[in-house]
Design a protein around this ligand. Structure first.
Ligand code: SIN
Ligand code: MN
Length: 266
């Protein structure tokens, strides 16, 4: 087990790290079963790939599903977030990106903090994403591609023609393959040229953390294997945004500090 010190220093240097802990198979199986059931429901939190009935993502599950409500309180996830941020946290956002075999579409280069700051007015980048691999993630099923160290650039300027600021009505462009607030390809490619890129991969149950301003993308899933990736964004309680125009399933309203449950079981 890595010490807190080494977790924090690799996070500061690279803007991401793979957790030394892996969730048990039963935990992954329970969450996956719930995710599959929720994806089959008609509800506003379920988003489809453009022009299809293929589920792209499911949002805000911690607000309405008991298994997910407990998952965000497991020490393996919550402890990691507290470790990184060094203060009490709450869940700001929760989503599962399904990347279905053959159909799961790409995510262009972007920084998550662009959405949180420009859309919701999040004051600072005192938040962290904890990713949970519900399926094995390998080179061919669309892993997250990260530019290590790119978080140290801070928020990269928006393109001049980008005029939209908040309002909430445009939220579908924050969860689709036609993403708003992207990092222009030439800028991302220059950073990648300089620092290289890393694919975040591992067996189901693996966990990794990544920074709000790290530049990342992922490609289409052209393989026969689904790549369900669950992402919990923990935010420091002191950093709650005030502009609440996007739906609650994209910006949680309850900023009560979370208390961990005792064990890593559901
Ligand atoms: C994200 O960047 O928020 C998700 C990317 C992915 O699911 O591949
Ligand atoms: Mn992202």
């Amino acid at each position: 087990m890595r010490t807190s010190e080494s977790i924090r220093s690799s996070y500061e240097r690279d803007g991401w790290f793979l957790s030394p802990e892996v969730l048990d198979e039963e935990v992954v199986a329970r969450v996956t079963a719930r995710v599959e059931a929720m994806g089959a429901q008609e509800r506003p939190e379920v988003v489809y790939e453009e022009g299809t009935r293929t589920v792209r993502g499911i949002h805000g599950c911690h607000l309405f599903d008991d298994v997910c409500r407990r998952l965000v309180r497991l020490p393996a996830l919550l402890g990691l977030a507290e470790e990184v941020l060094g203060e009490p946290v709450y869940v700001y956002q929760f989503k599962v990106n399904m990347k279905q075999p053959g159909e799961g579409a790409a995510w262009p280069w972007h920084q998550d903090f662009a959405f949180w700051s420009r859309e919701d007015g999040m004051p600072a980048d005192k938040a962290v994403n904890i990713a949970v691999l519900l399926d094995e993630v390998h080179e061919k099923n669309g892993p997250l591609r990260i530019i290590p160290g790119s978080h140290r650039q801070g928020l990269i300027e928006a393109e001049a023609e980008e005029t939209h600021r908040g309002g909430g009505g445009n939220w579908r462009k924050h969860v689709s393959a036609d993403l708003e607030h992207t990092v222009p390809d030439p800028r991302a490619e220059a950073l990648a040229e300089e620092s290289g890129t890393t694919l975040a991969m591992g067996p189901a149950g693996s966990l990794y953390a990544f920074h709000p301003t790290i530049v990342h993308s992922s490609s289409n899933n052209l393989s026969a294997d689904r790549r369900a990736l669950l992402l919990v964004t923990y935010n420091a309680v002191s950093n709650a945004p005030e502009r609440l125009s996007r739906p609650e399933f994209l910006v949680s309203r309850d900023t009560t500090p979370l208390a961990a449950v005792a064990t890593n079981t559901l």
